[in-house]
Each structure stands twice: as structure tokens, then as C-alpha cells.
Design a protein around this ligand. Structure first.
Ligand code: ZN
Length: 468
């Protein structure tokens, strides 16, 4: 045994000598840092550490770069040598490094922005880091529009998501801490926020009655009343501190819609046209996107009463509902019978769901359907306090009991009348299977398929509706 131990000690001793010889060689072989990158490195060495490899060139725009322990320095003739590190480097790298739409950094990271944010400038837009909202790029036309209102100091604040495109007319949007930027080639790049945003969203966003914003909101005070206006492609939305939202006169809107896009039909007026509202409860679920596909193909709108507990894991589906002009309603957080609880529990069930939907999509619902349709005066008054109208139904398909697509279809087509609110559940595949026949059958009978808010043409918080 002792001879084995002795041999081990000797081997370790030799290894130690070899290591002792190698380590100084490694230190001597530290990659050189020279030229413009070397000059910049002298200023930021404590931040990004020692070089990991020599400078490499041949990047786009004749760029070169060098990697360090805690970041990199990139240089081009035009942008100079700029360090990049941390969360901003991660986002930049994930989006294609210098070949991405941002291009090369044109500044170092700057901190001390409003509310502890940091940013960095690039050739085409900036990247911002905020401890609460995350790290996101803002670039192109949306960056230009956001710059004009004061960047992170504007009413909408920091970016809270990446830009998303593919909206109607080639449009894009980006969510910010307190609102959105919307851009399309025809309408320009503008912010939407606050009560005007809520109203615009409730009317179908850019695919709805108003279309895209064509100005930022402008506010003034007249005789102690605060008044804000914002122009849209098909009308102006005004908010007054004394009266709330003041919508444009209906005839003017219909006329404007008729002249701008005759085939789209403009706004549906359910006081004149035959309208029904399809409503789907208990989702989002695994079949919801298939239902949205059907509705989208047929240009049909519906209202989804969402269970708050299902929202975070299905946030993309909730955003898709929003983008398609569907109405999003509140169906409580965990689907209890609310009449068995006091106002505190009811309040948290509804408020948490409002928050989750708002976090997922930026939408603040204005309609609630209590689980099982179970309501009493406490439920109604908590709903009123949270700005929610209580939406019941006039046609019950019993789709949760009769899991048969043609039974459900026949009940809808047999019982629908102008002004009906139809109750279904998109968590059942048979209900989703029934959607194509329901939509085509209703359209064949001359119905417009609209959201609950469109059907009712304006609702009051706390009031109970079963049909138009
Ligand atoms: Zn339900």
C-alpha cells in the first residue's frame, strides 16, 4: 500500500512542476490588444476584463472585434470601437450580432436613465435594459416614433416586449410599460396609451372600427376639464376627465368607413343589422387556436371569457385573440361559484384575472362572465367596482354535456335570433369541431358575428346583460 501512495505522491509532484512551468507561459501568451480596440479597452478594462483571444476581422462593413472575459469590443471605421456586454449583448447576439437589424453599437452602455434603466445606441435603434421590464430592442420606424415622444421618459415608458409584425396592411407593434407603439406604412408610427388605448382595444384594435392611429394623443385643459384626443384612420377618440370616452358620431364614422374601405364594411351597427355574439368560456385551452383559425378564415368575431389560471401559460394565444379583434373577457381566476364567497374573494378572483390578461396582452377586459352564470348583488357590485359589465347569455348550447358537434350546431342555428348571446366552451374539441358549420350557417342566415361589446353597442359596469 505504502509504495502505491509513494508513487502517487511522486506523480503529483511531477504534475505540479509541469503546471508551475505552464502557468507563466499562459500568462505570457495573453492575446495582444492594440489599435482602436486597445484604446477603448484602456477605458473599460475594469468592466470587461482581460482578452480571451486576438482581434478578428472580416465582419460586415469592414468590422473587427475582440472578446474579453465579460464582454466584447467591436469596431468599424464609421462607428468607432465600442464595448458591449451583459443582457444587452445577449439580446444583440440572439438577434444576429452585427448582421442583425440593429447593426454595430455606436455608443457604450449608458445607465442612470429614468427609474434605473440602461441603454445602448446602435446604428439602427437602441437596446434598453430595465430591471422590471427586461431587455429589448427598439428600432426602425417604431424607434423613430418613440423618439419623437421622448423615449423612456414618454407616457408609455420602456419597451416591455420585442417588436411583432404581420398586422393588417403590413403593420408592426411593440408593447411598452404603459402602452403600445403601432406602425403601418399607411398610417405612421404612434403611441397608444391609457383610457384611449382601452377604448381602441375594446373596439378591435387596428382591425376594428378605428383602424391604426394617425397621431399621438394630444391633451389640454379647458375650464378645469382635462381633454385628450387621438386621431385614427377612421375617426377620432376623445377622452374627457368629466365624461370619459366621447365617441365620434356614428353616421360620420359609417360614412368615413364607406369611403375608405367599401369592401371591409366598416363598423357593424347592431341596432340596424342582424348580429349575434358567439361566446366561449373556460379557455384558453388546447383547442383554442384551432377555433381561432376557423374564425379568422371566416372573418368572424367572438368573445372569449378566460380563466385567469390558464392565461400565463397561453399568453401567445391571448395575444392572438387580441390581434384578431376578438373580445377578451374575465371568467374569474380559478372558476369557483362566486356566490359562495364574500366581496374580498370575489374582488381578488376578478382583479387577478384582469392583471393576468393585461400582462399577457395589454388588454383590460370590460366584460365578465361569472362561472356557472352564478351571480348575486355582491358579484354585480364588485364587477361594477372593477369596470366590468356582467355578461350572461340567451342561448345555452349545453355543449359541455352533449359532446356532439352537430347537436351543438343545431342548437345554435335553431335558437339564434338578432341580438343573441350564445354560450359555448372552447375547451371541448366537439365545440371547436362545430365552429365551421355554426359560422357558415349563421352567415347564410344573414347574421354578422360580432363581439359582445359590439353587439351591445356600449355597456355599463355592474349592469347585467343577457342579449341585446
Ligand atoms: Zn365556465
Amino acid at each position: 500500500m505504502s509504495s502505491v501512495v509513494g508513487r502517487l505522491v511522486r506523480v503529483l509532484g511531477v504534475l505540479g512542476v509541469v503546471l508551475a512551468l505552464l502557468l507563466p507561459m499562459q500568462a505570457n501568451a495573453a492575446p495582444p490588444v492594440t489599435g482602436a480596440i486597445g484604446d477603448r479597452w484602456q477605458q473599460v478594462r475594469s468592466m470587461i476584463g482581460e482578452p480571451l483571444e486576438p482581434e478578428f476581422c472580416g465582419l460586415v462593413q469592414g468590422g473587427c472585434a475582440q472578446r474579453f472575459e465579460r464582454g466584447s469590443i467591436y469596431r468599424t471605421e464609421r462607428t468607432g470601437a465600442r464595448e458591449i456586454r451583459g443582457a444587452i449583448r445577449d439580446i444583440w447576439g440572439a438577434n444576429g450580432w452585427e448582421r442583425g437589424i440593429s447593426g454595430y453599437p455606436t455608443s457604450g452602455e449608458f445607465c442612470g436613465l429614468r427609474d434605473r434603466g440602461c441603454g445602448q445606441r446602435f446604428q439602427n435603434g437602441n437596446i434598453y435594459f430595465h430591471p422590471r421590464y427586461g431587455t429589448y430592442r427598439v428600432f426602425g420606424a417604431i424607434f423613430d416614433g418613440w423618439s419623437r415622444i421622448g423615449w423612456e421618459n414618454s407616457t408609455i415608458g420602456y419597451p416591455a416586449a420585442g417588436e411583432a409584425c404581420g398586422l393588417r396592411g403590413g403593420g408592426c407593434f411593440q408593447r411598452f410599460a404603459n402602452g403600445f407603439m403601432y406602425w403601418s406604412p399607411a398610417s405612421g408610427s404612434y403611441a397608444v396609451t391609457g383610457r384611449i388605448l382601452d377604448h381602441w382595444a375594446a373596439n378591435g384594435w387596428e382591425t376594428g372600427r378605428y383602424g391604426y392611429p394617425t397621431s399621438n394623443e394630444s391633451c389640454r385643459t379647458e375650464g378645469g376639464v382635462r381633454i385628450c384626443d387621438q386621431n385614427y384612420q377612421r375617426g377620432r377618440i376623445t377622452w374627457r376627465s368629466d365624461r370619459g370616452i366621447v365617441t365620434p358620431a356614428a353616421p360620420a364614422t359609417v360614412a368615413a368607413a364607406a369611403t375608405t374601405r367599401p369592401s371591409a364594411g366598416g363598423r357593424v351597427d347592431c341596432s340596424v343589422q342582424r348580429c349575434v355574439a358567439l361566446t366561449y368560456d373556460d379557455g384558453p385551452g388546447v383547442h383554442t387556436n384551432r377555433l381561432l383559425d376557423t374564425l379568422g378564415r371566416n372573418d368572424a368575431k367572438a368573445t372569449f371569457f378566460l380563466v385567469g389560471d390558464r392565461v400565463p401559460a397561453n399568453a401567445a394565444t391571448v395575444r392572438r385573440m387580441r390581434d384578431m379583434g376578438m373580445e377578451i373577457g374575465n371568467h374569474s381566476r380559478s372558476h369557483p361559484n362566486l356566490t359562495g364567497y364574500g366581496s374580498g374573494t370575489i374582488r381578488s378572483q376578478l382583479a387577478e384575472t384582469q392583471n393576468r390578461i393585461r400582462t399577457a396582452s395589454g388588454v383590460t377586459p370590460t366584460v365578465v362572465r361569472p362561472p356557472y352564470g352564478a351571480r348575486n348583488s355582491t358579484v354585480d357590485s364588485v364587477a361594477r367596482e372593477q369596470g366590468l359589465s356582467v355578461i350572461m347569455w340567451s342561448v345555452d348550447t349545453w355543449d359541455w354535456r352533449d359532446r356532439n358537434a352537430s347537436t351543438v350546431t343545431n342548437r345554435v342555428l335553431g335558437q339564434a335570433k338578432p341580438g343573441s348571446i350564445i354560450l359555448m366552451h372552447d375547451i371541448h374539441s366537439t365545440t371547436v369541431d362545430a365552429a365551421p358549420a355554426i359560422v357558415s350557417g349563421l352567415k347564410a342566415r344573414g347574421y354578422e358575428l360580432v363581439t359582445v361589446s359590439e353587439l351591445l353597442g356600449g355597456t355599463q359596469p355592474g349592469r347585467v346583460y343577457t342579449a341585446r
